[in-house]
Design a protein around this ligand. Structure first.
Ligand code: NZQ
Ligand code: ZN
Length: 385
């Protein structure tokens, strides 16, 4: 296992019927800016319930943060946050609203060069302060509710950013706010969480037993309870396990001291930027082809994945790997996610576009070993046709 530092200050308030505790989580005299998305929280009454719990605090609402949040929209919120001198941001929504709020919390502390906050990749944004933020998560998927990452769309490209300053002070994970999710969003969330684990787990062994076993536990839980949640909207126990799986998949813990490979995400982000396909879905399209292409690089971990996650104990190593990848793809298909690019209208010219964009973004040496170059990206995309 490699050396690591683990830091995660987010207070998680998990379960059901816990909204009344919001009052204790936000400073009494705070001027609160409540941020939300395209309207689901208004339509389903969540926003009204939330603002009621804020009591006598001054509240400013900002809605309209779109899926894959746009820099220009977020800058409108920054202007309001500055003009109103708000001192707490409350995100009510999915990953897009939470990520957007994280960006606003940083951008509202500076007067110029806001877009440059997006150009540091996975190095910390060089700022020293941010407006504190909290989240009421309505979509289990990204893990944004308990991590220090965000992704913002700028000039039709997706840019990740990170700094410990944007760890939420708290996140309320209340199952009650997730029952209104359309089925396809549950499917996207299960796929996203599953692949967050895969990107930290499926590289090469470094004898990180805790991280491996946590990862395998999350994957198995998603296979069991992700499907149940998808099929049965009323099963609260399965839903709670799905919610906590999604948060645990990307709160940093399973990624400590292990090599990571975020190639599927990097390719997936381009599919969203160029073709508007939902984030989780892009990953499910890419992952099976990527694993087939990278079988030799990931052999030991793929055998472990086959044996411990899919309980495959017969056949040669190669047979186990092939079966595990097929089962993974079937798992996505059982969530009604079609895993071929042609289904989404993407042909050879679409593949060219993705590869060219990745070149422009400098995404030319991906994977745990840095040797997943653009010609390999192309092979993966062609195999996913
Ligand atoms: O906008 P509204 O009207 O609220 O509707 C949203 C949106 O259309 C809807 N929704 C959310 N909660 C709902 C609901 N509808 C009914 N009932 C509810 N309870 O769902 C739609 C999708 O929401 P969005 O927030 O875009 O989805 P998700 O949570 O999957 O977030 C995706 C974004 O997160 C980024 C992605 O790149 C993408 O921009 N990611 C962030 C990460 C992070 N911060 O660590 C890591 C991820 O890998 C990912 O890249
Ligand atoms: Zn993701």
């Amino acid at each position: 296992m490699q050396d690591f530092d683990y830091y995660n200050p987010t207070h998680i308030v998990f379960g059901q019927d816990r909204l009344a505790e919001l009052d204790k989580l936000i400073p009494e005299n705070a001027k609160v800016m409540v941020l939300y998305g395209g309207g689901s929280v208004k339509r389903f009454g969540t926003l009204e319930k939330v603002t009621k719990q804020l009591g006598d605090r001054q509240v400013i609402e900002f809605g309209g943060i779109e899926a894959n949040p746009e820099f220009d929209t977020l800058m409108k919120a920054v202007a309001v946050a500055k003009a109103e001198q708000v001192d707490f941001l409350l995100a009510v929504g999915g990953g897009s609203v939470m990520d957007g709020t994280k960006f606003i919390s940083l951008a509202a502390t500076i007067d110029s060069d806001h877009s440059s906050l997006l150009f540091h990749g996975f190095n910390p944004v060089p700022l020293s302060s941010a407006i504190p933020l909290g989240c009421i998560a309505t979509l289990p998927a990204t893990g944004s509710e308990m991590n220090s990452f965000g992704v913002v769309t700028f000039n039709e490209q997706k840019y990740p950013f990170t700094t410990p300053l944007v760890f939420p002070k708290f996140s309320l994970l209340d199952a009650n706010f997730t029952f209104t999710l359309p089925k396809e969003q549950i499917a996207n969330g299960v796929a996203d969480a599953f692949i967050h684990v895969i990107e930290q787990y499926l590289t090469y062994p470094v004898n990180a037993k805790i991280q491996d076993r946590f990862s395998e536990g999350i994957l198995k839980t998603l296979i069991e309870d992700g499907i149940v949640t998808y099929q049965d909207n009323d099963n609260v126990e399965a839903r709670k396990n799905f919610i906590w799986s999604a948060t645990s998949a990307l709160n940093g813990l399973i990624g400590m001291g292990v090599p990571q490979d975020w190639s599927t995400h990097m390719i997936g982000h381009e599919l969203t930027a160029s073709f508007g396909i939902a984030h989780g879905r892009t990953l499910a399209i890419i992952l099976p082809s990527l694993l087939r292409e990278r079988k030799a690089h990931k052999q030991a971990k793929l055998v472990q994945f086959a044996e411990r996650v899919w309980d495959i104990d017969e056949g040669s190593d190669d047979e186990k790997i092939d079966l595990a990848i097929n089962k993974t793809e079937q798992f996505f298909n059982s969530l009604d996610i079609v895993t071929s690019l042609s289904h989404y209208g993407i042909d050879d010219s679409g593949i060219d576009k993705v590869v060219n964009n990745m070149e422009k973004m400098g995404l030319t040496q991906l994977s745990e070993s840095g040797d997943l170059t653009l010609d390999v990206v192309r092979k993966i995309l062609v195999a996913a046709k």
